[in-house]
Ligand binder design. Structure first.
Ligand SMILES: C[S@@+](CC[C@H](N)C(=O)[O-])C[C@H]1O[C@@H](n2cnc3c(N)ncnc32)[C@H](O)[C@@H]1O
Length: 378
């Protein structure tokens, strides 16, 4: 099988966690970069990456690299790729363009130019013209220009990989599934001890945690990946890869999932998300969700559980979440033997928890500079 260079993108700050996943999956020649991790492999590896990488946003396959300090160079570079492997004349297309420190830096113009080049090439065959579709294009192409060097890639994922397919309720500001997975992976959780979220919202962290414990690939519940609508897609090979991942799900015999939250609606949504999950709903037997203020958080002593949470940022006007962080931190400090992995809205809020020996990682969550705090309570 032909080998390619891939680039798995992720939220800034998550690169080391994604790199850990890529190494654990056994992909070759992986290298951490800003905004993602590069690796090499076949299309089979791309299927596997899309199915299994929990913290990635998308997986791009590199098609071509060339100098493009002028429009003519860009046009020649675009013409040098055989787009008929991806795009049918009656298919749809979308281009994402990024440019940094380059002569050509008007990204809208660049996207248009790349689109024209691809459409012209595909149309030349029989006169039918591919159309543009922002939301659900058959083929998404990425142009990345850095210091006049262009990289053209095709997006093997399509819509962002955080769209797993299990979510039916949005709640208020749900945590993206790939960031939730990062919070759990960073925690060092043993996949057996109780997993507890006292600000559980729609249950994202507990569900991602349960999928990790059940070895359920996050892509199993997705409806569609980018490569599925490419002209040269191999449906039989892909179906076999999907089934292989499906056969690896192993529901743990016993796994306590404990969610609480101040909103009764969120509690119902979290419950429904777990109960409705096609692969891990059996774990509902071990799960409890209840309406409870985090100020009253008092898990069982001796459980030595893992507390994972995405704390409120105070995004509502006039809302002050500082006292909540102080009180919650006080609660946590009494939980000897427990571990925590908490995504907080700022380094200031993280500090208010006053957890000794905490490790902190800066993570960009939808443009907000958050802090991921991990600690063991002595
Ligand atoms: C940032 S959201 C968490 C979102 C969640 N991770 C998800 O994906 O849906 C914070 C959640 O904490 C809840 N909350 C806010 N203040 C609370 C408190 N004092 N006690 C318990 N829950 C609280 C909110 O209702 C909200 O659902």
């Amino acid at each position: 099988m032909k080998r390619y260079t891939f680039f798995a993108t992720c939220a800034p700050g998550i690169e080391p966690i994604l790199h850990g996943e890529i190494r654990a999956a056994g992909f070759s020649k992986s290298e951490r970069q800003v905004g993602g991790v590069r690796f090499e492999g076949t299309m089979r590896d791309a299927w596997k990456a899309n199915l299994w990488l929990r913290t990635a946003v998308r997986v791009l396959r590199r098609e071509s690299r060339f100098e493009a300090a002028a429009e003519g160079e860009l046009d020649r570079g675009v013409a040098g790729v055989d787009w008929s492997r991806f795009l049918r004349p009656d298919g749809t297309l979308w281009i994402d363009a990024q440019a940094k420190e380059s002569v050509l830096d008007h990204t809208q113009f660049l996207a248009q130019r790349v689109k024209d080049g691809i459409v012209d090439q595909v149309r030349a065959a029989d006169g039918t013209r591919p159309a543009v579709d922002r939301e659900s294009a058959d083929v998404r192409v990425h142009l990345h220009l850095y210091r006049d060097r262009a990289t053209l890639s095709v997006d093997t994922s399509g819509a962002s990989l955080h769209r797993r397919g299990w979510r039916t309720a949005q709640g208020r500001a749900p945590l993206a599934e790939n960031l939730a997975a990062a919070v759990v992976l960073q925690s060092g959780w043993d996949r057996r001890s109780p997993l507890i979220d006292p600000f559980c919202g729609t249950g994202t962290l507990l569900i991602e945690g349960a999928m990790i414990a059940a070895n359920a690939a996050p892509g199993l519940t997705r409806k569609r990946f980018g490569f599925e609508t490419w002209a040269d897609h191999d449906p039989a090979g892909w179906e076999a890869a999907r089934r292989e991942a499906e056969s690896q799900v192993k529901i743990p015999r016993k796994l306590r999932l404990v969610g609480s939250e101040e909103s009764a609606n969120r509690v119902l949504e979290a419950e429904a998300h777990l109960a409705g999950h096609p692969f891990i709903s059996e774990l509902s037997e071990w799960a409890s969700f209840e309406r409870r203020a985090a100020e009253d958080f008092a898990p069982r002593p001796g459980w030595n559980g893992m507390v994972v949470s995405n704390m409120p940022y105070g995004e509502r006007v006039g809302e002050n979440v500082e006292p909540l962080h102080e009180t919650f931190g006080e609660r946590l400090r009494t939980l000897s033997g427990y571990s925590v992995s908490l995504l907080t809205g700022s380094s200031h809020l993280a500090g208010l928890l006053r957890l000794s020996n905490a490790a902190r990682t800066r993570v960009l969550n939808g443009g907000i500079e958050c802090q991921l705090v991990t600690a063991q309570i002595p």
